[in-house]
Design a protein around this ligand. Structure first.
Ligand code: EZ4
Ligand code: CO
Length: 402
């Protein structure tokens, strides 16, 4: 089999997505997701200008060699633009292999290690009372795991809080919106949320929380310690992780389980975090992490150090990434949990798929490949619209981490 062509589609059915379609001389095509939130066109250019010319004529069966060709072969390694582009190629090639062999990708990864994928939903509210109600709504829908984010009195807009209860979409059309932040107000308010959630809903529900890179290690240690009585499933992105050693400080002080990694793009971003057992859950997924090929290896490495996966699954992962992630999730031994933010009806219509959601669980389906398709005609009705993630400032105007 030979690759005859590849095309990049940029569309915006509710939000922007970049989709790679690889064509072969046997009529089989594969789809990959190349969406990088707020930097979409850079990946589209990387693929169009630098990857696709080298793809034509290659044998799509040689997935490992193709991955090495674009990783080692570029000389310039790592980085979110490069790794998102390589991910799209890798996932599209796994899709082609599955279709060529008429089998779902999970069969090519060793088969199923479980029957269904536990997901967590996103509950949020403008204050503690509203957030408590939102968590209740998820429990009623059958979720066993819920992430809870609350607005904070005195801060105008906070990560994870939206007006729409079922959909949370941080990217906004136009130039980056500005949000504000106070670590002091946040640290004083959030433990009360989890105290009240446990009083109201007891211990059966898994509760998660995302600090979204706002804290220093010692502040994260304080939060983890204060949340210990409420037994969180995880505390996510407590501190930025460029300095992996920073997690030693958090770890010394708290038994609250730690998750990190949604912005990591290679194993080098988490080598120390994993090998020193500084984290419990790794948030990398197939789109940002370079595809299924490296993610299998990273998961195996993490398994040696008791680290489980918790793949990022926000709306900026297109349904193609969800499809691929679910095959990965169902096959690996050290799956932990999968994030699941709902896509809009427009997005789902552009990406018809075989995976399905039912009362707190996702199922990958049995279609050959990853089981997600792309309706080009419909996609063409939704042209790209510039959109950015917010930026974040402390109350005195200092730029801070969003
Ligand atoms: O902010 O995917 O846990 N989920 C998250 C997401 C991220 C977005 C960034 O593109 O932190 O909401
Ligand atoms: Co997060």
């Amino acid at each position: 089999m030979k690759i005859t062509d590849a095309k990049v589609f940029v569309c915006s059915p509710g939000r922007n997505f970049v989709t790679l379609k690889i064509y072969t001389d046997q009529g089989i095509y594969g789809l990959g997701d190349a969406t990088l939130n707020g930097r979409e066109l850079a990946v589209a250019s990387y693929l169009n200008d630098h990857v696709i010319p080298c793809l034509i004529g290659r044998d799509p069966a040689d997935i490992e060699d193709t991955w090495q060709y674009f990783y080692r072969g570029a000389y310039w390694r790592k980085g979110p633009v490069t790794m998102t582009a390589i991910s799209a190629v890798d996932v599209a090639l796994w899709d082609i292999k599955g279709k060529a062999l008429n089998t779902p990708i999970y069969n090519l990864l060793g088969g199923k290690s479980r029957t269904k994928i536990t997901v967590y939903g996103h509950a949020n509210g403008r204050d503690i009372a509203e957030t408590i109600d939102a968590v209740g709504g998820y429990i009623e829908q059958g979720y066993v795991s819920v992430r809870a984010q609350t607005g904070i009195p005195g801060i105008a807009s906070v990560y994870g809080v939206s007006k729409d209860k079922l959909f949370y979409e941080p990217a906004k059309k136009g130039l980056p919106p500005e949000e504000s932040w106070s670590t002091e107000k946040y640290l004083n308010y959030v433990p009360k949320l989890f105290e009240q959630l446990r009083v109201k809903y007891g211990t059966d529900v898994n509760l998660l929380h995302d600090a979204h890179h706002r804290l220093t290690p010692i502040q994260a240690a304080r939060l983890g310690k204060e949340l210990e009585p409420y037994h969180l499933f995880w505390l996510e992105d407590a501190t930025p992780a460029e300095l992996q050693e920073g997690f030693r400080i958090i770890r010394q002080h708290t038994t609250t389980p730690l998750a990190v990694g949604e912005i990591f793009d290679t194993v080098w971003d988490c080598k120390l975090l994993i090998s020193e057992q500084l984290i419990d859950y790794l948030r990398m997924e197939v789109c940002r992490g370079g595809g299924i090929t490296p993610m299998k290896k990273i998961a195996a490495f993490a398994d040696m150090f008791h680290v489980q996966t918790g793949c990022h699954g926000a709306t900026d992962m297109s349904p193609v990434t969800f499809g691929a992630s679910l095959h990965f999730d169902i096959s690996i031994p050290n799956f932990g949990i999968q994030e699941y933010m709902r896509h809009t009806e427009e997005t789902n219509a552009v990406f018809p798929h075989h995976y399905r959601f039912d009362r707190g669980f996702l199922y990958p389906g049995d279609a050959p490949g990853h089981g997600v398709d792309f309706d080009e005609k419909l996609a063409a009705k939704y042209p790209y619209e510039r959109a950015y993630l917010p930026v974040n400032r402390k109350l005195d105007g200092t730029m801070w981490n969003w």
